[in-house]
Design a protein around this ligand. Structure first.
Ligand SMILES: [Zn+2]
Length: 119
């Protein structure tokens, strides 16, 4: 149920940032979820639907989840490597490395609003 509270906090931060009128026109939310963030894209999608469908104003909002691969940085080689299968090694020198620079994030990347209807 960790995802439900996450979804709630996403809505809370949107409500803090945008007015109720703006949120009426909200159509989609794009999240960036790092592979190390402990969030399952599928679970957060389900949680989102559960929370959104319980609230009138979010009935038409769609959630898009973009997963961010894990990336490490090797200082010795000055090289960034993308980690696959949880093998934390530098792709250049092959040394073990857990200097993670990407893949832990969980953030609202973009929000989309429908065009304002002119009165
Ligand atoms: Zn290296």
């Amino acid at each position: 149920m960790h995802e439900i509270s996450l979804v709630r906090s996403i809505f809370n931060s949107l409500e803090a940032e945008f007015s109720a009128e703006e949120l009426q026109r909200l159509t989609s939310i794009k999240l960036k979820v790092g592979l190390l963030s402990n969030v399952e894209p599928l679970l957060i999608q389900n949680a989102f639907e559960a929370v959104a469908s319980a609230e009138d104003k979010y009935q038409n909002v769609e959630l898009q989840v973009e997963t961010v691969p894990v990336e490490i940085y090797c200082e010795a080689c000055d090289v960034h490597s993308v980690i696959e299968h949880y093998k934390f090694v530098c792709s250049s020198c092959g040394r073990p490395n857990n200097n993670v620079v990407k893949g832990m994030e969980l953030l609202i990347h973009q929000v989309h609003f429908a065009e304002e209807t002119t009165v």
